[in-house]
Design a protein around this ligand. Structure first.
Ligand SMILES: C[S@@+](CC[C@H](N)C(=O)[O-])C[C@H]1O[C@@H](n2cnc3c(N)ncnc32)[C@H](O)[C@@H]1O
Length: 556
């Protein structure tokens, strides 16, 4: 039986410091999406965002856990956290429950209690969501790679939109068209249209505000990744059956589980990884052992050009010297059709980062080529290139649409990588200026402009927050600025520069709705209006949410 909510038990403070969006009050990289869900419970319990993404103690008052550790209770699931855990309510208290879906009622065992929330293990379903599906992957529960295979694809797309809406409302303090205000009827991430009458009533009252479109999904949301990076390790360490394995880290650990078939990987990547493993075993290449920091092969990265079918292999090694190198190269070349490039990256550090600083070509070309929407791209080992090419085209086309180009505009593409968005824009703009911090990526970008005969794009290496202010001093003006930053969002100096340069439009491509919302608040306060947002599902079966935003100067 679900416990009755006891409304007198919790008290919330009106002003939650960290809940302010803005440069100082909100988190940089990881504003915890679970808290966005948490704070949606009708004002009973409010958690705040802090720099570290941890729950702020000062923001919560007089809350006592009504549960005991190991207690078995029934929870109603009202949403999903940013990392895919169900947000459960028991007596108004919040429990995070892996594997539970919005709309479900589940029997759980409490595993961990904090003052204002806890964690529980799902025992059984009392009521099951119609969006629940059977994961197609046999190792789904063990692997940390996908988090939403148990959610119907339609449900995933609706949740991703909902996640964007909640971040815009709570962190960006933005009004969203057709959505009830934060904390009223949008409780805890329930997908729109699947919930409350309160929500429907509020919808009628809020026709203005930012338009958040439905998430653009894939017709077939599997086998989409063009890049795989697998950790290599040792099985049965210290025993007779010790051998090289490669696959994935078991969820939340650094224990490597051997795997050859991943349902979100392009099948070519799986094939190539299996061949690399087989040859490494045959040649007795020592796998890296994280505990002793011995052994050679740490990671294998494979990237394919989905249009070109070209393959690049990157061997990440603990040390420069590779035994039996010529033999290794020959065997790889013989076994892998269309292999164009074998690269070595040396990483001798005791770090979780995959790559070290030293990269060299062992055989073949330093790039592979691929094509997006008729534009050819050279891609080197260390350059960023979106992993889902079909959806990338949808994302970039939307970015071009939001830039509203007539052929005359000067456009800045900050965080431009290998110039992908830049060249999509250059087809419709007067001139595009791209800036990117990774030198190899800028080399690729220059090569790519030439490759496609585009002479209206120029590129520079450096931090966007340093280079663009300098461009401004040198007299470069922009009608449109496009930003596509990493998860931590835009540097505040860059946002200041955008506000000073006053482009007519800003197009924001984001892979993190929380930092997006924070940055949008800054742009709004500086005289810009967030007009519309389109989430694009670049990462089906996972909790990652990408979107593109049209932002206009208020006085235009
Ligand atoms: C999300 S990727 C986008 C790349 C490109 N727009 C694309 O779609 O392929 C972000 C890029 O920003 C680059 N980057 C990170 N910090 C940067 C900074 N401070 N200034 C310029 N580029 C940066 C990364 O190297 C990466 O290429």
């Amino acid at each position: 039986m679900v416990r009755e909510k006891s409304s007198g038990r919790y008290r919330s403070r009106d002003s939650i410091g960290g809940d302010r969006a803005g440069r100082s009050g909100s988190s940089r990289d990881s504003i915890d999406g679970s808290m966005a869900a948490l704070s949606g419970q009708g004002g009973k319990l409010e958690a705040s965002h802090s720099e570290s993404g941890k729950r702020s103690r000062t923001a919560i008052t007089a809350v006592t856990a009504p549960l005991q550790k190991n207690e078995e209770v029934t929870a109603e699931i009202v949403g999903l956290t940013h990392d895919g855990e169900g947000v459960g309510r028991v007596d108004g208290f919040t429990l995070f429950i892996r594997g539970a879906l919005p709309g479900e009622k589940v029997r759980v065992k409490v595993t961990k209690l904090k003052k204002t929330y806890g964690y529980a293990h799902l025992l059984e379903h009392v009521e099951t969501s119609s969006d629940r599906t059977s994961p197609i992957c046999a190792i789904y529960k063990e692997c940390g790679g996908c988090q939403l295979q148990h959610y119907s694809y339609e449900g995933q797309l609706a949740w991703k939109r909902r996640h964007v809406v909640e971040n815009l409302q709570r962190i960006g303090k933005l009004k969203v068209a057709g959505e009830p205000a934060a904390g009223h009827g949008a409780e805890g991430g329930q997908p729109a249209g699947r919930g409350s009458e309160v929500g429907q009533a509020a919808e009628r009252d809020s026709a203005d505000g930012v338009i958040v479109h439905p998430t653009i999904g894939m017709a077939d949301p599997w086998r989409y990744r063009n890049k795989a990076a697998v950790p290599v390790g040792i099985s049965g360490s210290g025993t007779e059956d010790a051998g090289l394995i490669a696959g994935f880290y078991a969820r939340g650990t650094h224990r490597i589980i051997d795997m050859d078939d991943c349902h979100i990987q392009h099948s070519r990547n799986d094939e190539v990884i299996s061949i690399v493993k087989e040859i490494a075993r045959e040649l007795r290449i020592a796998p890296y052992d994280e505990r002793t920091r011995t052994g050679l092969l740490r990671h294998v990265m494979v990237r394919i050009g989905v249009v070109s079918d070209e393959v690049m292999i990157v061997l990440v090694t603990n040390g420069k010297r590779i035994p039996r190198k010529p033999e290794w190269i020959e065997k790889l070349r013989a076994a892998i059709p269309n292999l164009k490039s074998i690269v070595q990256n040396v990483n001798e550090r005791d770090t979780n980062a995959i790559f070290g600083d030293e990269t060299s070509v062992l055989w073949g070309s330093e790039v592979i080529y691929d094509e997006l929407d008729g534009i050819r791209f050279a891609i080197s080992a260390r350059s960023f290139y979106q992993v889902n090419p079909a959806q990338t085209i949808a994302l970039y086309r939307k970015a071009v649409e939001y830039a509203e180009l007539t052929g005359k505009e000067r456009v800045i593409d900050a965080y431009c990588g290998i110039g992908t968005i830049s060249l999509f824009l250059a087809r419709h703009a007067g001139h595009v200026y791209g800036v990117e911090i990774v030198p190899e990526a800028i080399e690729d970008a220059k090569r790519n402009a030439a490759l496609n005969g585009m002479d209206n794009a120029t590129f520079e290496t450096g931090p966007a927050e340093v280079v663009i202010p300098r461009w401004r001093q040198e007299g470069v003006e922009a009608d449109v600025i496009v930003v596509d930053p990493p998860r931590k969002g835009c540097d505040s100096a860059l946002l200041d520069t955008i506000l000073a340069m006053r482009p007519e439009r800003v197009v924001y491509v984001s892979c993190n709705p929380s930092t997006l919302a924070r940055d949008l608040r800054i742009l709004e306060d500086g005289g810009y209006r967030t007009v519309e947002v389109t989430p694009v599902d670049m990462f089906p079966q996972t909790v990652h949410v990408e979107c593109v935003v049209r932002i206009c100067r208020v006085d235009t």
